[in-house]
Design a protein around this ligand. Structure first.
Ligand SMILES: Nc1ncnc2c1ncn2[C@@H]1O[C@H](COP(=O)(O)OP(=O)(O)OP(=O)(O)O)[C@@H](O)[C@H]1O
Ligand SMILES: [Mg+2]
Length: 306
């Protein structure tokens, strides 16, 4: 048959129109290839995400995302606004459970155990997988109380977690935990003589490092950060970036950023999400920024859209 069936042709045009509409302004449609996201990280897998779909009501926000996140490294998530980066991050410690319209299919394995299976203790999960948000959100309490809040709330001061963390079981241990967490968050030297001051009196960059210290105080394994430096000036940003790299020696860090330079500077591997909630490419950071496989990814990182 040499002639195109007119019904099929209309159908084809509709589908093409649909594809065009579903992409960001300036972005060209392109078929996604599974090998572009099939990246072997080489490290021990801390989080294995398999066929993850997220809907908000009827809105399909994340589509069939699969990727492995290796331990003790920095994984950057980049992509244009609305492509599902925060949604993806929130799936990793089940924060999306709090959004009533959200429904989630697929699996997220933490050390090979599915965090979405029945009977998972969410408090314990969120201790293991901590989160730092875009705007620093310290409690209106003293610097000390912000850091010791988590261990106190979870009763760990009585149950001995604190002693385990500090390696000591005496009343000084809370003091040590606060110091150790602030040191690890590169804030101790700036606040050691004002621990009783209200945390809201700190600068934005200091507040963000305090939030990181608060997260570290409950001894997490993974730290999720959603644009942790986007509200900060360049000097405060560079401190957070140094800290992220340093934390990756002990923790698994997953960071969402809108800054290509930041992703290129701090991350070991980069996942690029594009419009429609697709993971389009995942590879080591150098490869993504220097020689991406996908034309859409190349257009995005060279600033042609997004
Ligand atoms: N609580 C919610 N209820 C309904 N829809 C939501 C909710 N949160 C996000 N969405 C929708 O899901 C899609 C992905 O949003 P998400 O916030 O994950 O994107 P993002 O990549 O983090 O964007 P940005 O870079 O602007 O932060 C968007 O279409 C958004 O409108
Ligand atoms: Mg977001």
């Amino acid at each position: 048959m040499s002639q195109t069936d007119p019904i099929d042709a209309t159908d084809e045009m509709n589908r093409t129109a649909e594809q065009t509409i579903s992409t960001t302004d300036g972005e060209t449609a392109e078929e996604t290839r599974s090998e572009w996201v099939d990246y072997d990280t080489g490290g021990e897998t801390k989080l294995a995400i398999k066929n993850l779909d997220v809907y908000y009501g009827d809105d399909h926000a994340l589509k069939d995302v699969s990727m492995d996140i290796p331990e003790q490294s920095v994984t950057a998530l980049i992509g244009p606004s609305g492509c599902g980066k925060s949604t993806f991050l929130r799936c990793l410690n089940r924060m999306n459970d709090r959004i009533r319209s959200a429904s989630i299919n697929g699996t997220v394995e933490l050390d090979s155990e599915d965090i979405y299976q029945d009977g998972i203790d969410l408090v314990e999960l969120r201790k293991r997988v901590g989160m730092v948000f875009q705007s620093p959100n310290p409690f209106p309490k003293s610097i000390r109380a912000n850091v010791s809040y988590g261990p106190r709330k979870h009763g760990d001061i009585e149950t001995g977690l604190l002693a385990r963390l500090t390696g000591r079981a005496d009343p000084e241990s809370e003091e040590e935990l606060v110091k150790r967490s602030l040191e690890r968050a590169a804030l101790w030297e700036e606040v050691s003589d004002r621990l009783e001051d209200n945390a809201l009196g700190l600068s934005g960059g200091q507040q963000q490092r305090l939030c990181i210290a608060r997260c570290l105080a409950v001894d997490p394994e993974i730290i999720l950060m959603d644009e942790p430096a986007s509200a900060l000036d360049p000097i405060a940003t560079s401190k957070i970036e140094d800290l992220i790299e340093d934390l990756a020696q002990d923790y698994t860090v997953v960071v969402v950023t809108h800054s290509m330079q930041q992703a290129a500077r701090v991350s070991d591997q980069t996942a690029v999400f594009l419009t429609g909630g697709e993971l389009v490419e995942y590879d080591n950071t150098e490869k993504i920024f220097e020689d991406p496989e996908s034309q859409r990814v190349e257009d995005y990182i060279s600033g042609k859209f997004g």
